[in-house]
Design a protein around this ligand. Sequence first.
Ligand code: 48H
Length: 259
Amino acid sequence: MEYTISKAICERWFDKLQANLRTDVIIVGGGPSGLICAAELAREGIKTCLIEGKLAPGGGMWGGAMLFNSIVVQAEVLPILDRYGIKYLQAEQGLYTVDAVEATSALIYQAAHRGAAIFSGISMEDVLHKDERVSGVVINWTPVSKLGMHVDPLSLCSSIVLDATGHPSEVVSVLTRKNPVKLNLPGDTMSYERSMNAEAGEKACVEYTGEIYPGLFVSGMAACGVSGSNRMGPIFGGMLLSGVKAAMMISASLSGSLK
Ligand code: 48H
């Protein structure tokens, strides 16, 4: 029996990896914006692969604020919560509270159930950059990089890459550190995240969601950071709206490139 268990797991996992060596979209980061983007794209039948460096996807949403695991959202996000079967309670001033565990697990479940391939414990360490376009990511096991082991990586190819890595905006950081590129951002370059201002941060994270370099989109906290916008604290409506907007833009871009 032990042999069969091991064989079944190895076969399934390698089938999944091989099927995702070339995809339509690679999402780096399984926080709220990356997960909802994956769920929306997968629902449309777009071949989507999500790479999460940690063991469990969910990013910064599990912990709410200071480990008080409730999050806050604005009224405009309620239709999204309804679509994902996530309950909410009214607070004040058009704000609502949501159980962080229910919300995070619902997003993970929908992304996986709708067919996005989720790989955890694997980190993006570089991008594929050819003919002035990002065309995939370079990956390695997170423990390999954490232990500083000198092990060469593998590459995954895709038409589009989404940087959904949150505060560190790791995909944009590595692209700009290694290549002399001009980004579609104020000042043509990557900026840095500004201090807390909930209203401004929520607005900017949706506004700056989009394609900032051929083949490379940003969402969520990464969109805030690279555009020099404010952080917003434990309000997550902007993250969800940003992920949904990223999915719509990516889908439009893919259908445009098929014409
Ligand atoms: C693979 C990686 C890599 C890598 C990172 O931080 P996240 O939750 O991202 P968002 O943008 O969807 O949500 C941001 C939100 O959680 C938040 O932090 C808010 C609202 N902060 C406000 C404030 O004021 O502080 O998730 C990013 C995910 C994480 O799970 C990382 O482990 C993962 O990306 N990740 N995965 N390869 N190189 N880098």
